[in-house]
Every structure is written in structure tokens, then in C-alpha cells.
Ligand binder design. Sequence first.
Ligand code: MG
Length: 469
Amino acid sequence: MKRNFSPAVRWFLSLGILGLTQALSLAKPNLVIIFCDDLGYGDLSSFGHPTIHTPHLDRMAAEGQKWTNFYAAASVCTPSRAGLLTGRLPIRNGMCSDKRRVLFPDSASGLPASEITVAEALREAGYATAAVGKWHLGHLPEFLPTANGFDSYYGIPYSNDMDRVPNKGPKGRAGLMKPESAYWNVPLMRDTEILERSPNQSYLTRNYTREAVAYIEEQAETPGRPFFLYLAHSMPHVPIFASGAFSGRSQAGRYGDVIEEIDWSVRQVLKTLRDHQLDRDTVVLFTSDNGPWLPFKTHGGSAGHLRDGKGSTWEGGMREPTIFWGPGYVEPGIIHEMGSTLDVFATFLDLAQQTVPSDRVYDGGSLAPVLSGKGHSPRQEMFFYHGEQLHAVRLGEYKLHFTTKTEYVGQKPRRHDPPLLFHLGEDPAEKFDVAADQPEVLAAIRALAERHQRSFDPPRSQLEARIAK
Ligand code: MG
């Protein structure tokens, strides 16, 4: 009987013994990031949602590692994505601002060329790279994925609620809650070319998935060369859309439809890896850029047990439902240790057997020892920035808030002196201030914050320059 070896195995066999030894010592996993937009900590069944059904993500979590203390780098899109791709706090490279919290269609700037993205570092290490979906690190040609280490790009370069067409549909919030794709003039791009304006947003998740699956299938044809795929969904960022096959299907309404289509998309990606026998050679990370956009009520998600959502430095703004999957690399389990998208750069370089550049400061470390079940997370602390302001710091189980702000309700930032202190183990919902009982912890975190802020001078923000009219 003819054995049906995978392309990778066929490649190994073709190398002979010497080549095989060499290839094994050089084996680098394929790396995939599936990144959602504004997904809440409580939006998946496996993270406690009672009416959204996510069987494929739940299976992914059961087969891989479900992380319960994993943070996005920031609580809004642009800085969060900058942190994910560079491994550095946005305050270090100007990718945050108090005046304009994200990039807009009139923004003249983007991720500085001097930054090294994980795609650039992996390409240097021999990886093929592709970005599919939302970018939001600059839409002008010199800032697009193709200028930042990705061989190819397909997607919308900023948020799907930008480029509102004047006088089309109900104004403001009403248009967002009863959306039609024609209300937005957003561009759908391939590499640096605009394919169309106002694409049918009902098909975004489906089309991104088609592109991702086609890319994996194409890469399966060239075994021996690892790939890095960054699949960044536009959903469930308001306005939310699902395709016909998912519309009206979820018990959780329109928002549930959208998440269940993302769940389907995850299935397609993992199935494609399995079908091509790439599953044991690949590590997939699923997470989101920031918490749920709560003012949109049933069109925004849920942070579950956690306080507040998108835009805020309360836990609901930055703690994300996170899964690492990779049967050949990831020891299944539930991980309560701390991790962050800021650790992805170092983790992926570690998995690719590369060292992190030494010419700049990084704000993360490798989680690979946790993934393999052989060690612990290097992360003991987390800095929570709101724009350019350090609002909160976590050290171990304790989180201190210098300033709090409930986002999107017009509340001014509230400065706390003494700061608020919560024990996130006993009180993940941040309800019970224990500052008065823990003067030493308070002093230790204050000192940590001071050391951190004294250690560098933030550069000029990249988010404020506008294209001249
Ligand atoms: Mg977002």
C-alpha cells in the first residue's frame, strides 16, 4: 500500500540521513496569529459565555493552552497592534496619543520604519509572511504590511467604521446599530492597491478566511520553508456583520452570529493545517486587540467577570480570551500565569530559534517554556497605558490604579491618591480596594512605576499628524 506521507515528511525523506539531522535541528514551526477586533474576555463558550456557541475555539482551547491572564498591549486598536507586532510598549515608538487614540483615514503617519516587526524578524529567519485583514498601523504605502515585513496583504487598512459616507443612512450611532456596508467608504486592499471601496462587510470574515486558507494551502506546496500568517479579523468591531450562512442563527443575536462565524473561520484554518499534515509543525495563537465596545450594548461583546471594556485600563479593556494551539509544540492545559501580546515577538523568535535584537528595549519575554510545559512565564508585571499616560501597573497578583476612567461615557479621568489596589487573584473584577491594608505592595508598585517611567523618554506621537488637505 502506498503510504501517504505529508509534504514535510516527503521533504525530510528526500534529504537523506545527514540532511535529515540538519533539517531536524533547524526545524522551525509555522506561526499563525488569529487576531480579533474588540472581542471581550467573556465572549467564547470556553471563557464562560452562556449563549454564544464556539465549539471550534473550545476544541482549540482543550487541545492547546487556554490562558486566563493574557493582556493586549493597549486598550484600543492602533497601539495594541503596534505592541503585538513589535514586542514594545507603544509609548516607546510613538504609537499612542492622548489627542488621537488611534490612526484615522486622514492620518499622515504610521509605524516608524525604524521599528522591527515580528514579520520582518521572521522573514530574516527564512519565513514566508502574509497579513490578512485589519492593519491599522498606517494606510499610506510606506506604512502598509508590505512595507513592514509581510510578503503580501489583503484586507482593510483601518477600522470598518471609518470613512463614513456623508448623508448616507441614519446619522451616528443609529447607522452603526442598523448598518449597511454602503455607509462606509472603507477600502479593501491587495498589497498596496485598492480593490474596491465599500466592500460588502457581510463577507469580510468569509473572505479573510478564504485568503488565509489559500495561503496555507500554497505554503504546503513548499515544505521546508516555514511561514508566518497574521490573520486579523475586522470583526466583531462595530458595525458588525455576518454572512448569510450565519445571520440570524445564534441564540446571542447579531453579535453571536459574528462570533460564531469567527469560530467557523478558526475551524477552517485548523482544518486546513490538519488536512495538509501541518498541524504538528505549526503554532497558532488566538486572541484580540482589546476588550468589548460596551456602549454598543448587544452589538458590543462582554468582558464576562471583568470590569469595563475597550478603551479602559480596567481588566475588561485589556485582558483577552487567549488560546495557544500546536499539537507538536503546545502542552495542553489551562494557564493562569501572566502573558501579553507584548510577549509574542520574543516567543515567536524563540520558536524560530532566533535571538531578540539587542539594540533596543523590549517589553516582553518568551512564553515558549510555558507552551512546552517545561517552564514559567517571564512576565511578572504589566503596564497599562491610556494613550500616553500610565494609568495602572500590575505586579504579581496586585494591580494598582493611579488613574481610572470609564470609557465612552464622557467621564473625566479620575486620579487616585492614594492609588487603588486590587488583588486580581481574589478579586479579578476589581471591586474591593485593598490599598489601606497593603502599604508595602503599594510602595513596591509605585517604585516600579517610577523606575519604568524614568528609564526612557517617550518619542513624539505618530498618531497626530494629518494629511494636508
Ligand atoms: Mg479594537
